[in-house]
Design a protein around this ligand. Sequence first.
Ligand code: ZN
Length: 191
Amino acid sequence: MSIREILQIGHPVLSTPANPIDIAKIGTPEVQSWIDDMIDTMRDANGAGIAANQVGIPYRLFIIEVGNNPRYPYKPTVPLTIAINPEIEFLTDETFESNEGCLSVPQMRAMVNRHVEIRASYYDRDGNHQTQEIRGYSACTWQHEYDHLDGILFPNRVTDMHSFCSWSVFQQYQQPEFAKTVRALVEKWGA
Ligand code: ZN
């Protein structure tokens, strides 16, 4: 297990669609060590999720975990989830404005439109196929991580360029208001 370097926006691996993982190889030491490294790297950076290509592994795998995260004090908790070859389906047309940052886009945040009800299917680290419906605020994290696997970073999805701001400005001026939006979503959807 080790902490890997997180690639930064502009790196070609981040903008290239990642390759499917051969599900027969999920149990191999190689794939298992990728997962362990990603967990270590995400936790070390206080991330809410990380995609494999963010640490230079060009395969379709991401992980999500939200505990008591100092980077995201307003986020509802999400247990550690490992998603291999994930697929995401939008269950309705309803969307919300998500204020997002990314470990690969240091110090920046902006508003991105995300679906509020999704169904994710994926293989877990034991090679079992899982299907999960995610509603509410946490749905944005899944869509953000999934985008990475298609070579898409959140700045590619920003429609209002005026919404770009630095982390410190976000914390000072925008986080209180955004936290209200998150709380309303959590109240409505439970996540
Ligand atoms: Zn990201």
